[in-house]
Write a protein that binds this ligand. Structure first.
Ligand SMILES: [Fe+2]
Length: 429
């Protein structure tokens, strides 16, 4: 199972350069917004969305992200952007403050390894958001307990969150806003290992919260770090999925229609009957996604956005608590990201078994591989599946990668990914 995890992690960082270049001119991109918007543009869009959609009046809006892996240390990472995670965090939070959502939601792995100094610095940054009147809702992730640094989530992260009630046996809590109850579920305390799991007591607390939400006609939003549903890479079981076997049946019984999670570092939306789950990608890797979730009178709507690194930021990244107005140039780290991703793509291609194919066939197989990886990285497998699987070289493409495990994995993803990962619109009831 672990090899699939490593494979997926590797896949996430492959296509940064070509994907970003494509998106700049891609009118059909799902990217509908980005952080370089002027304040007037942001305000105009908010007004437009407030007065008119088929889903009724807009009630609330949330900015959603996951797996920031914030650190102030020089750590080994597969993501070159980790070097600039402090500045990236400033850029993102500045946009959040300008956008003025009803809350900022972060679905775990908020820090890279749960170190106290990292928690402290991240807290300083998040305090600026809260002081701007934007509530913060954090979920613990396995990395927030990492490397023997213990559990500081409660001291530094939960302290930032204003909640109505909490589970006595874990760090789960609930937040109520008009028309919605948000359950920030701690699936890590029970098992501070790689897997997510809830105790029976925590599930009983969840059920009592759900009962109250049902009695109050509140939309129930379930947040966790690990996933509730298996994704396209494995339709039956997955190492990413929370271990409680009955969870995917229990949640709909409790009235939950939508879950938000992270952990995979890739963008994906899954469905199980009437239960939907949005998995947020890490903002550290291309395409540097985060999400906007909107609650309307009749519908709930989600779409991804991309960080725009071209704008200047007021950075307090390097421990300058007062902040300063020095711009930060993301150019070098983006170039390194593109170079590294290209190199990894070339490495994988070089290991595929293309013997027995002529030059034309090799080129066609390579193109299919690139198309798959691009679509996977952008959360667009469901949109590109028919085109890829209908290609006359599809069987050769799968076969060429079969000895690397990539072949079976790509086939599973293509066959099992039902929904586009970038946009969702469901009824509220
Ligand atoms: Fe993570």
């Amino acid at each position: 199972m672990k090899k699939y995890f490593l494979l997926c992690v590797a896949l996430l960082i492959i296509f940064a350069s070509c994907i970003q270049a494509e998106n700049e001119g891609d009118e059909e991109s799902f990217v509908t917004d980005h952080p370089s918007q002027s304040e007037d543009e942001i305000e105009n869009e908010r007004d437009e969305m407030a007065v008119g959609t088929a889903g009724g009046k807009k009630l609330l809006e949330f900015v959603v992200t996951s797996d920031l892996h914030f650190t102030s240390h020089d750590v080994v990472s597969i993501y070159p952007m980790t070097e600039a995670v402090q500045e990236l965090t400033d850029l993102f939070l500045e946009w959040v403050i300008r956008r003025r959502p009803n809350a900022l939601i972060m679905c775990g792995d908020n820090t890279n390894s749960g170190r106290e100094d990292d928690y402290h610095l991240l807290q300083q940054k998040l305090v600026r958001v809260r002081e701007a009147g934007i509530p913060i809702i954090l979920v613990p992730g396995n990395h927030d307990f990492g490397n023997g640094h213990g559990d500081l989530f409660d001291k530094y992260a939960r302290e930032l969150c204003d909640f109505e009630s909490e589970d006595a046996g874990s760090m789960s809590f609930s937040v109520r806003m008009p028309g919605i109850r948000i359950l920030s579920m701690d699936d890590c305390s029970q098992n501070k290992d790689y897997y997510g799991e809830f105790s029976e007591d925590s599930l009983r607390w969840l059920q009592s919260e759900a009962k109250e939400a049902g009695d109050s006609d509140e939309f129930l939003l379930f947040l966790s770090h690990h996933n509730v549903l298996p994704g396209g890479e494995d339709a039956v079981d997955s190492q990413y999925v929370i271990r409680n076997q009955n969870l995917r049946d229990l949640l709909p019984e409790c009235g939950v229609r939508l879950c938000l999670s992270g952990h995979k570092h890739s963008q994906e939306i899954m469905r199980y009957g009437g239960l939907y789950e949005i998995v947020s990608a890490t903002p550290l890797a291309s395409p540097h996604y985060f999400g906007l979730l909107s609650l309307y009178e009749d519908i709930v709507e989600y779409h991804t956005m991309q960080l725009d690194f071209s704008g200047s930021i007021s950075t307090m990244a390097r421990g300058d608590a007062a902040g300063n107005s020095a711009g930060f140039d993301f150019g070098p780290v983006l170039e390194e990201e593109a170079r590294k991703n290209h190199e990894m793509l070339e490495t994988i291609l070089s290991k595929a078994d293309l013997s027995g194919f002529d030059l034309r066939e090799k080129a066609a197989i390579s193109r299919l591989f690139e198309e798959f990886m691009n679509a996977q990285n952008m959360g667009e497998i469901a949109l590109k599946r028919d085109e890829i699987m209908g290609n006359p070289y599809y069987d050769d493409f799968i076969e060429a990668f079969s000895d690397l495990n990539y072949g079976p994995w790509m086939k599973q993803v293509l066959e099992n990914t039902e929904l586009p990962g970038n946009t969702l619109r469901i009824s509220r009831h």
